[in-house]
Design a protein around this ligand. Structure first.
Ligand code: ATP
Ligand code: MG
Length: 556
């Protein structure tokens, strides 16, 4: 998808439905929810769902709840609950109410007993394999369970004993009695409850049975008075079941489910299962590794929340699945940071230059602009002296034709400083260039020659005596392929996804920055200080380069 094709007015088919429901008086107020399962950290795909649900509530004067879908205790942890709350807030949203599906366990249980009493649910003793075989396929109908015609009394008795913990895991389940020959497999007597002896982060060991997603979700929506229950396309086939429960239970309200296309991105896998695998198998340093597509990873990498929101706004909300170019995300990040990030100079791979005609033991303060388009950002003083560092890549001893930076005999401008000319190349015993002997023209102070002569390059630099050593972490795509294989994600990892530069030199003011604060290293890209920084040894993450070099390399 290109920028031009995106929704300009910020409208989409879901917002149109909400608007129509408000106009017709079907709903006086819109109520949405964001319903994560706390079994991992949120990723950029969840950001799409968050912006949609919370965004609709904001735009239409309604409410949006944060509801943890905590029905699967073996995979859920308090750490994930805390991280999800922090991520939603960081994205800029606040929930109207905080809920947990587990708060409804007693109500859901009571409703399940009502289904049993109405002859609409039964206890099945088949094992998982038998149930799978008897469920049928897309082309063949299923077969009724031999336990389907149990009496209400027997079903009630067994269900209560399941709750009391009398049976081991997997011994039996509660199923809705719908239609084993339905064309929709979701309606072939779906499971409502399974036995699970496990510790739940909130209810502890109180429950020995847990509701299925399908049974818990719609009823939770109804309890909370959700009007528009927005979920991703893979739940489209579940909608008849969602409605079946609402029709057969004394729910206090009638929500409706709407489906939209999930976010997929090139070079990325947006699945908690895969992201969990990357963390557990040590391919990344944690859920917040800056290479991860998690919200916490993006935050640590230096992505501002407004860039993420703007990206989500641009991709829009559609009914058909598609894959978004990762470059489009970087574009939004670059755009936001270009506006807000102050400029500083940092030399990632230092090459020392000595200005031979600059007096020894002397230095001077020069004025540097903090942001070219924002005068209010002001200026700062930088130290110029006899010994400086420039970028190794900005020098070539035997340059090709189009190389206009430092070469023997060539004159270039040092940003905010003077014109300098390389006079001599100093090498070590191995023949490597270790130092350049240069001269400067004192008349070019500030960067212009009074005689009007021009130079073809302006280089960034730092003072050797005054700069601070820093570690810089440059990130590339975590996966090598445009469409990584989720079933074998380990094989697809890009071996060059992290480049650590241990001895960069940065302006001293950069050592004092706050963690996460965005900055542009002139000519290099956008960076932020990482939490791994030590006193006197800051660590910087590269958020994004200045230009879209990745697209060129990858040929996308
Ligand atoms: P995953 O597949 O990564 O495990 P999930 O769907 O199991 O994700 P949930 O915690 O159940 O994760 O998701 C919470 C909400 O976020 C759901 O409404 C889900 O539809 C939505 N969501 C998850 N992934 C995406 C995505 N890639 N794009 C848009 N919405 C998503
Ligand atoms: Mg899910």
């Amino acid at each position: 998808m290109s920028i031009a094709e995106t929704t300009e007015a910020g409208r989409d088919f879901i917002r149109d439905i909400v608007q129509a429901d408000l106009d017709s008086g079907k709903h006086a107020k819109v109520a949405t929810r964001f319903p994560p399962e706390p079994n991992g950290y949120l990723h950029i795909g969840h950001a799409k769902s968050i912006c949609l649900n919370f965004g609709i509530a904001q735009e239409f004067g309604g409410t949006c709840n944060l509801r943890f879908d905590d029905t699967n205790p073996t995979k859920e942890e308090q750490e994930y609950i805390d991280a999800i709350e922090a991520d939603v807030r960081w994205l800029g949203f606040e929930w109207s109410n905080l809920h947990f599906a587990s708060d409804y366990f007693e109500t859901l249980y009571g409703w399940a007993e009502q289904l049993i009493k109405a002859g609409k649910a039964y206890i099945d003793d088949q094992n998982q394999e038998e149930m799978r075989v008897n469920r049928g396929t897309l082309t063949e109908p299923g077969k009724n369970s031999p336990f389907r015609e149990r009496s209400v009394d027997e079903n009630l008795d067994l269900f209560r004993r399941m709750r009391a913990g009398e049976f081991p895991n997997g011994a039996r389940v509660l199923r809705a009695k719908i239609d084993m020959s339905s064309g929709n497999i979701n309606l072939r007597d779906p499971v409502l409850y399974r036995i699970l002896h496990a510790h739940h982060p909130r209810t502890g060991t109180e429950w020995k049975i847990y509701p299925s997603y399908d049974y818990a979700h719609g009823q939770s929506d109804a309890i909370e008075g959700i009007t528009h229950s927005i979920c991703t396309l893979e739940f489209e086939d579940h909608r008849p079941l969602y409605d079946w429960f609402l029709e057969n239970l004394p729910v206090p309200s009638r929500p409706r489910q709407y489906e939209f296309a999930r976010l997929n991105m090139t070079y990325t896998l947006l699945s908690k299962r895969v992201l969990n695998g990357l963390v557990k198998q040590g391919f990344v340093s944690g859920w917040d590794d800056p290479r991860m597509p998690t919200i916490s990873g993006l935050r640590r990498r230096g992505v501002p929340p407004e860039a993420l929101r703007e990206f989500i706004r641009r991709i829009g909300v559609a009914k058909a699945n598609s894959v978004v170019d990762y470059g489009m995300f970087e574009f939004a990040v670059r755009e936001a940071l270009n506006r807000t990030a102050q400029r500083r100079m940092a030399v990632l791979k230092p090459l020392k230059i000595v200005i031979e005609n600059y007096p020894e033991g002397q230095s001077e303060q020069l004025e540097a602009v903090n942001h070219p388009d924002d005068e209010a950002a002001g200026t700062r003083k930088i130290t110029f002296g006899r010994e400086l560092y420039v970028e190794q890549d900005d020098f070539m001893e035997n340059p090709p034709k189009k190389f206009f930076r430092l070469t023997p005999g060539a004159e270039v401008r040092l940003r905010y400083a003077y014109f300098v000319t390389c006079r001599e190349v100093v090498k070590n015993a191995a023949g490597e260039v270790v130092e350049l002997r240069c001269t400067y023209d004192p008349a070019t102070k500030g960067g212009n020659a009074p005689d009007g002569r021009k130079v073809k390059a302006t280089l960034h630099w730092v003072s050797a005596a005054d700069s601070v050593e820093a570690e810089v972490r440059v990130y590339n795509q975590l996966f090598s392929a445009v469409a990584p294989d989720a079933t074998d994600f380990a094989a697809g990892i890009n071996p060059q996804s992290l480049e650590v530069i241990a001895d960069a030199r940065v302006e001293p003011s950069l050592a004092e920055m706050n963690t996460g604060e965005a900055i542009q290293f002139e000519r290099q890209g956008y960076f932020c200080r990482d939490k791994d920084s030590q006193p006197g040894k800051p660590v910087f993450n590269r958020t994004v380069g200045l230009r879209d070099t990745w697209a060129k390399v990858a040929g996308t």
